[in-house]
Design a protein around this ligand. Sequence first.
Ligand SMILES: *[C@@H]1O[C@H](CO)[C@@H](O)[C@H](O)[C@H]1NC(C)=O
Ligand SMILES: *[C@@H]1O[C@H](CO)[C@@H](O)[C@H](O)[C@H]1NC(C)=O
Ligand SMILES: *[C@@H]1O[C@H](CO)[C@@H](O)[C@H](O)[C@H]1NC(C)=O
Length: 186
Amino acid sequence: MASSHSYTLFIIIISFLLISISITSSNANFSENFLESITMMRMEKTTHLHFYFQDVLSGKNPTAVKIIGEGIGFGTTFMIDDKLTEGVEPDSKIIGRAQGMYSLAAQNDAALLMIVTFAFTEWSYNGSSISMLGRNHVFDDVREMPIVGGSGMFRFARGYALAHTVWFDPKTGDASVEYNVTVQHF
Ligand SMILES: *[C@@H]1O[C@H](CO)[C@@H](O)[C@H](O)[C@H]1NC(C)=O
Ligand SMILES: *[C@@H]1O[C@H](CO)[C@@H](O)[C@H](O)[C@H]1NC(C)=O
Ligand SMILES: *[C@@H]1O[C@H](CO)[C@@H](O)[C@H](O)[C@H]1NC(C)=O
């Protein structure tokens, strides 16, 4: 019968998988492989996050500080520890920090390289983080940047962030940026 043939084939494939797994996990002190079918049984979740990024370069307590470059030009780099807030107002509830850096990465354009960890401090997200790495063409209405990983409840995270500048002061460089982040994780 066709079904018993496919059952036999299934057993052969599974045995082959088990054999190849036992071969590839021989350096047990360095790495361990898990049977993919067991890993895949955990449900993947999708989480949407919405928050505002408060970039403050001016005043007595800036949260974005220039660490590389004279003036502002190609290569200028800022280190940031910006507040993430629930609302657009800079004094609204703090839900985390955006820690990392951004650099002017284009010679003839306003494009930043963003290397940022969003470290959350509220609710069940407290202590969990997501890592964003990407290009931010700052004068576009909406910019998309990849989410490349995460920690805590965001382990194995991957996804994307959409950023939109709500408010920008060209004199100081201060800005409030809306973020919608979509991440898949376990
Ligand atoms: C792997 O770790 C065990 C236990 O710590 C140790 O006895 C063994 O020598 C290690 N093997 C290698 C190849 O380092
Ligand atoms: C978040 O976690 C830290 C460290 O465990 C703790 O000190 C802090 O009170 C927590 N914050 C909230 C809002 O639960
Ligand atoms: C974020 O999502 C909200 C609600 O869907 C929407 O109103 C807003 O325009 C979005 N902003 C960005 C930058 O995607």
